[in-house]
Design a binder for this molecule. Structure first.
Ligand code: G3P
Ligand code: MG
Length: 244
């Protein structure tokens, strides 16, 4: 059976402020197989790593990312909301994270967060950033916006993409093939469904988010799921070691 890979969701989100350098460095220190992060576009067209459309929840500022310049975004404290220990953390650019991971073997899953806000040209911008680095072969681009995935594949045949879904899809393998997606990333309940079993049997990888419960980790690893995205990668890696 193929070994389940462990991806740090938004970095090591359970122990560090999500989508910050601190969270990504912790994932590197743990030796995870992959890191997942989310990207949005600023007013001045820069790719920044943050989950929400606004900066309100994870910084000391407020407002939409799309209405702020990179300089404004960079002036925010993205760590104190989690713990005063992380007050020096800022919102990283995608380029900063690509730089951080360049000398590792870690798979980088870039989730384009454009299901609620339309960011004109974000697909081309993401591809251009990736091109600046020489590890395109360990990068996966995913999105809940499946048209965006189709666009990515049209612009770059080589890049690996994945469809994100909260629900079971009709004819998932055919649908993924049509859009050029090489994997499906499913919300936890879907990971236990017949759809997942069927997709895996058809040799299309299924990765699942966000698995923080030990029992579910054990079950999914035993089922041979392709990858688990978790806020607690250290725990997931320890469980995988026990199962081996
Ligand atoms: O990419 C997997 C997962 O991150 C999708 O959900 O809301 O945590 O970005 P969310
Ligand atoms: Mg995400």
């Amino acid at each position: 059976m193929i070994e389940t890979l462990i991806f740090a969701h938004r970095g090591s989100k359970g122990t560090h402020p999500e989508n910050t350098s601190a969270a990504f460095k912790e994932a590197v220190r743990l030796g995870v197989d992959g890191i997942e992060l989310d990207v949005h576009l600023t007013k001045d067209n820069e790719l920044v790593v943050i989950h929400d459309e606004t900066v309100d929840r994870t910084t000391n500022g407020s407002g939409y990312v799309k209405e702020m310049t990179l300089a404004e975004i960079k002036s925010l404290d993205a760590g104190s909301w989690f713990s005063s220990k992380f007050e020096s953390e800022t919102i990283p650019t995608l380029s900063e994270v690509l730089e951080l991971l360049k000398d590792t073997k870690i798979i980088l899953n870039i989730e384009i967060k454009n299901d609620l806000v339309h960011y004109e040209g974000i697909e081309a911008k993401v591809l251009a950033e990736i091109e600046k680095y020489s590890y395109k072969d360990r990068i996966i681009v995913s999105s809940f916006n499946h048209q965006s995935i189709a666009k990515i594949k049209k612009q770059d045949k080589e890049i690996e993409t994945a469809l994100l879904t909260m629900i079971e899809l009709d004819d998932p393998v055919q649908y993924a093939n049509k859009l050029g997606a090489a994997a499906i990333h499913v919300y936890e309940p879907v990971a236990f469904s017949n759809m997942t079993k069927n997709v895996m049997e058809n040799n299309l990888p299924v990765r699942t988010f966000t698995i923080n419960d030990e029992k579910k980790m054990k079950q999914l690893i035993s089922n041979g799921i392709s990858a688990i995205m978790t806020d607690y990668p250290e725990k997931a890696m320890a469980i995988r070691d026990l199962i081996k």
